[in-house]
Design a protein around this ligand. Structure first.
Ligand code: ARG
Length: 565
């Protein structure tokens, strides 16, 4: 629709003369929600002052004078509604999609700009549980979207690989660890050790004391044994995480986590001191944030150690120097809102003008419908197990509905994971919500499988039609269902931009759903393959274009597109 909006803008510039500036015209232009109100609309209210006339009258007069073969212009009250001529609309939209194929929708608005998307940021030695899926899905989608829009996108997993937890886990390992068990069961074994530590340290102080000593060895003394164990636990954790990330289609360019910043702390400390930003209380160092209406922040403990936020200050500065980012996006749950407000305030106080480009993209919680996010002994449901269950459930469904389907396992994976991805990414990110398997896997309603199935229908039509999509007569696409579909397809580029601008993948997911719905209507109302060869070809071109947009979009929200299901 961008192209048509620009055409209307240029046309109005010509007719309005000095009455409105080119920028004002572009700002005022709208895309009406309903097709009967036109494809592009222009409200005349603003003109009333400079033209000294009633806006409805201005609209009426303009509608009468504007003459252009590309549009029909109609006035409705104070609005000018522009209808793109049907044949031209269909030709431009469909042929552009067919020409650009998998690059349709891509752009270069992000050219020469680095977009950092930090997400997942898991705490090593701990499991990825089901609750983590939200951040993974949102982050991964925003990363893919940034790339598609031409940004130099960098996905960062800011690993939680620093802190007293590692003292605890080493202590537990020294008491009860079993190498073979850890090699075999990975994070599950580490988690058991952790749980055991918590149990024992409640009864006896000595365990906590040992944990502190191990942490000190690790962070301050550069002790080889402590370091080797930490590295091993990290390796074990990353093996599991990478397995899960691969299943979900999540990628990372960097795993620089909290420990990476430990040697960058003295410089931060020096900067804070030089800029006179520290005050002292009970042996601690703090920053006063009362000007920002935020609670003060401790940056150094009385033991002289840094904290989570101190490492984040170092990290932001490092990222600016190293990547010179345009935006530095943190996809992290909304429970850390205060933390990121404080971080931004501190960066502002330090005089870093780029503080505003550090953005907390927060999201709500997810729960399973049967409420079981945790299982035995305070343990939790592993994300990997949930994914496997999704595949199992989907396979059972396929066995019932379409038992002779080829490559059932592959399709089950695409559909099962697609169901999760769609469910995650169609809910506004800020909302908490309850995940229900039966709902997510259903073919009815707004679900991943519904979206995939629309595309499968498109493919089966294309297979049946089997004609080369050349020399198409676009004037044959006149049915209302076709016109509405074309109109919706034309907004893909703007939808992508707005989804990234608002860091809201749901904008794209819901758009794809509306395409799928319009396509299903088209499928029911229009006979695609008929005796009429030319009409068949034109309709198949639209089918192909629809499928292309669905597939380009699904890829960005971490969904695969099976050709049969
Ligand atoms: N590892 C942290 C947690 O699980 C999240 C890290 C968020 N990112 C950051 N730069 N602080 O709570």
């Amino acid at each position: 629709m961008k192209q048509f909006k620009e055409e209307v803008a240029l046309l109005l510039e010509k007719y309005l003369g000095d009455a409105m500036s080119p920028e004002e015209i572009r700002e005022a232009i709208e895309v009406p929600k309903y097709a009967e109100k036109g494809d592009v609309a222009f409200p005349c209210f603003k003109l009333a002052k400079s033209m000294r006339k009633n806006p409805a009258l201005i609209a009426k007069e303009l509608a009468e004078t504007i003459e252009d073969e590309r549009f029909d212009v109609v006035c409705e009250n104070a609005y000018l509604n522009f209808f793109v001529k049907k044949e031209r609309f269909a030709r431009i939209v469909v042929s552009t999609i067919l020409e650009e194929g998998e690059y349709y929708g891509a752009s270069d608005i992000g050219k020469d700009k680095t977009m950092l998307v930090e997400y997942s940021s898991a705490n090593i030695s701990k499991e990825l549980h089901f609750g983590h899926i939200r951040g993974i899905m949102i982050g991964s989608a925003l990363y893919k979207l940034s790339k598609f829009l031409g940004y130099n996108a960098v996905a960062i997993n800011h690993l939680g690989d620093y802190g007293i937890n590692f003292g605890k886990i080493i202590t537990a390992y020294k008491h009860w660890g079993d190498d073979k068990d850890i090699e075999e069961r990975g994070v599950r074994a580490l988690l058991d050790l952790y749980v055991k530590f918590e149990k024992f340290s409640k009864r006896d102080e000595k365990y906590m004391e040992e944990a502190r000593q191990w942490f000190h060895k690790l962070e301050v003394e550069n002790d080889q044994e402590a370091y080797d164990l930490w590295s091993w636990f990290k390796k074990i954790s990353l093996e599991e995480y990478n397995r899960v990330y691969a299943m979900l289609g999540a990628e990372f360019d960097s795993f620089d986590g909290e420990a990476f910043y430990s040697d960058k702390m003295p410089a931060v400390h020096k900067e804070l001191e030089e800029k006179n930003l520290l005050f002292y209380e009970d042996g601690m160092e703090l920053i006063d944030l009362s000007d920002y209406n935020l609670t003060n922040v401790i940056v150094t403990t009385s033991a002289g150690t840094s904290l989570y936020i101190t490492r984040d200050i170092a990290c932001a500065i490092y990222r600016k120097n190293h990547y010179d980012f345009y935006q530095n996006v943190y996809v992290v749950g909304s429970e850390q809102r205060l933390h990121f407000q404080q971080l931004r305030a501190i960066l502002h106080k330090m005089g870093h003008e780029w503080w505003e480009r550090c953005i907390h993209v927060d999201h709500g919680l997810i729960m399973l419908k049967d409420g079981k996010l945790s299982s035995r002994e305070g343990g939790v449901i592993f994300l990997e197990d949930v994914i496997k269950m999704a595949l199992q459930k989907t396979l059972e469904l396929i066995d019932q509905k379409n038992p002779n389907l080829e490559d059932k396992e592959v399709v089950a994976k695409q559909v099962g994971l697609g169901a999760i991805a769609y469910k995650e990414l169609s809910t506004s990110r800020i909302k908490d919500y309850i995940f229900d398997w039966d709902e997510a896997l259903s073919f009815e309603g707004e679900t991943g499988p519904y979206l995939q199935y629309a595309n499968v229908r498109a493919h089966s039509l294309l297979e049946r039609g089997d004609v080369a999509l050349r020399d198409i007569d676009y004037s044959l696409l006149t049915e209302e269902a076709s016109v509405l579909l074309i109109r919706e397809l034309s907004s893909f580029d703007e939808v992508l931009e707005s989804a990234l601008e608002k860091f809201e993948p749901a904008i794209l997911s819901r758009y794809l759903m509306s395409i799928a719905k319009l396509f299903n209507k088209f499928y029911q109302q229009v006979s695609v393959i008929t005796e009429d060869k030319e009409a068949t070809k034109a309709k198949l071109a639209l089918v192909k274009a629809t499928s292309q947009v669905l597939e380009n979009g699904m890829k960005l929200i971490n969904m695969e597109a099976p050709k049969k299901m």
